[in-house]
Every structure is written in C-alpha cells, then in structure tokens.
Design a binder for this molecule. Structure first.
Ligand code: PHE
Length: 350
C-alpha cells in the first residue's frame, strides 16, 4: 500500500460513514475500518516491509486517514442521534388541543364540618376543645359516673365490650365508649377548676342501624366547673349555642330527665327551625314542634368528690348531644346512614 492508497481508503470510509442510515450501520462501518481486524490495522502492518525512507511518509498518511475516519464517525454519530431525538419528540408531543383533566378538590365530610362548627361555637363561649380515648375503661364510662356494675341505668348505653388485651382482667373491663361523658372525669382528674371544655368524639353502641341510629357515631360533651355556676349558666350556654347553630330566634325547651351523673338532669330540645311548631306534618320535627338535642344537668356531687373536688366549693354543669343529629338538621339529611355510605354524589353537596 502507498500513501495514495491510504487516501483512497479514507475517501471510501468517509463516504460509507456519511451514508450510514442508522446507528447499527455506523457501528458496522467503524468495525470495518477501525476495528481490531479492520482495514486501517491491516494497512499498519504493511509498514514493516517498507524501505526506511518511505516509513515516515507512510506513517503520516496513516495518521491522516485515521483522523479523517474518526472525524467522520463523530459527525455522523451526532447527526443520527439528533435525528432519533427529533423522531422521539415528534412521537411524544402532547396534544395541546385536548381538554384539561378535571381536578377534584377534596373537602371536609359534613360530620367533620359539624364537629368544627360545634368547637368554634363553644370556643366563642370560652370552651376549649379537648379529645379523649375511644377505647375506654368501664371505670370512666360508668363507675366514676355513678353507674356501678348491675345499675339498671347501664341499659341505657348499649355497650360494646372489648376483651382486655392487658391480660383479660375481668375486674378492669374495656369497652368502646358509648358516650363522651367519661371525658368529664378524665378532664377533672387532670385539671383544677375553673374548667370549660367541649369534647367532640366518636362513640360506639351495640345497636341496630336505622334512619336515626348508627352503632358508630359522634357526640359532643361539654363540662364547666367553677365556684358559682348554676343551672342558669347551663341554660344560657345552651341557649347561645342553639341560636348560633339554628338562628337567632330559636327557643329552647328544658324538661326533667334522669342521668346518674347529673342532678338535677334535663333534656334540651330546640324549637323546630323548619316549621316553628306550625306544621303538624313537618319532616324535621315530625309535627312535635321540638327537636330533642342533648342531655344535660348539674354535675353530681359524688362525681366531683370522686375526682377530689369539694362539692361545697365547686359546682358545674355538663351536657352531651349527638353530632349526627346536628348535622342532619343543618344539612336536611333524612337518614343518618347517608353520612357513612361514602357516596360522593351525596357528600359533595356539602
Ligand atoms: N352522656 C349522656 C348520653 O349519652 C348525655 C349527657 C351528657 C347527659 C352530659 C348529662 C350530662 O345520653
């Protein structure tokens, strides 16, 4: 081979590389010319047989040929990569004419909304919101509230008992709290008067479900303890609450009731905001004109004594009602089960 032959070889290689249609063809050309057994390596071996005077010229021609081939490979490689990138981008391009996907914005469940509303209203009356355990000791749910084992009042709270994971000690029965009243005791044990708290929370009862009852539901509990609280404070507080929830011309009705942990005890009803007692077929109050909303009363002296308060110095009131009941009244829901079927078509309305 001569220097001229090498120039020829490089010309052919550059032409072939320039015509490579894809990366595989380009790689084949690289192997053919620059590979271990490629044309340029073969040509290099020939240098040994040349006369000494021709060796430098031949060496220079070799270097030049190699340089040209490498440059051609680089150039064609870059061009092919740019082409395939263009192709991919073209194929993946977004269709800007498509309508946008709808964004679904979440919101609070109507029960959560009602819990917050209750907290907000009692907050404006000076009550702090606290929460407590849903799994409760028999002691807090009943014993400390003047309802010892065997007391007939236990019938009123259809209880879901839980086997005690701490060794199943039958002297310390556990339950899903059937009301939020155990928190009265827990709060009083931890604090000194004055106390003003409201406790919203989930409760459990062994009960068949119907339009107004669920076995898992929410209550709100209120407790106020101070040195000079009377039944008038209880009435005023619930009156203010009723008017904030159902409008400024609400009336409330107190009727005597019985709870072992309050004395005296009462049941509160709001006058019907829908018919104001004028529609005998009202779908909200059933024609009664009143909507029963909560139980309440003055905290029993024995309950105070049990937490170490002196009943001759401290008195207070407590009340407790159903959150779903309020939510049904606020939203006009005809059936409590609508809140828990998780049908977005229903829930999205609120
Ligand atoms: N805990 C009672 C119930 O579930 C309601 C209540 C609360 C009554 C506080 C009096 C005082 O029926």
């Amino acid at each position: 081979m001569t220097g001229e032959d090498l120039k020829e070889l490089a010309n052919r290689a550059v032409a072939e590389i320039g015509a490579a249609a894809d990366e595989a063809a380009l790689e084949a050309a690289r192997v053919k010319y620059l590979g271990r057994k490629g044309a340029l390596n073969e040509a290099t071996k020939g240098i040994a047989k040349l006369p000494a005077a021709e060796k430098p010229g031949y060496g220079a021609a070799l270097n030049e040929a190699k340089g040209r081939i490498e440059a051609a490979l680089d150039e064609r490689g870059a061009a092919l990569r740019a082409k395939s990138l263009d192709r991919d981008l073209g194929a993946e391009r977004e269709d800007m004419t498509l309508p946008p996907r709808r964004v679904r914005v979440g919101r609070l469940h109507p029960i959560s909304q009602t819990v917050r509303e209750v907290s907000r209203i009692f907050g404006s009356l000076g009550f702090e919101t606290v929460e407590g355990p849903e799994i409760e000791w028999d002691y807090y749910a009943f014993e400390a509230l003047n309802i010892p084992a065997g007391h007939p009042a236990r019938e009123k709270w259809q209880t879901l008992w839980i086997s005690n994971p701490l060794g199943d000690d039958p002297s310390r029965p556990l339950l899903g709290r059937p009301h939020t009243s155990p928190m009265q005791v827990r709060v009083m044990e931890k604090r000194k008067p004055p106390i003003r708290v409201v406790i919203p929370g989930r409760c459990y009862r062994y009960e068949a479900t119907d339009a107004i009852r669920e076995s898992i539901f929410f209550q709100y509990e209120g407790l106020a303890i101070d040195e000079k609280l009377t039944m008038a404070d209880l009435k005023g507080t619930l009156y203010a609450f009723a008017r904030q929830v159902f409008g400024s011309d609400r009336k409330i009705r107190f009727r005597i009731d019985y709870f072992p942990f309050t004395e005296p005890s009462a049941e509160i009803a709001f006058d019907c905001f829908a018919c104001e007692g004028r529609d005998p077929e009202c779908h909200v109050c059933g024609g009664d004109g009143w909507i029963e909303a909560a139980g309440c009363g003055m905290v029993h002296p024995d309950v105070l004594r049990r937490v170490g308060y002196d009943p001759s110095r401290y008195q207070g009131f407590a009340f407790g009602g159903g959150i779903e009941r309020l939510a049904m009244l606020r939203t006009g829901a005809p059936d409590i089960r609508l809140f828990y079927q998780n049908d977005l078509r229903y829930l999205e309305q609120f």
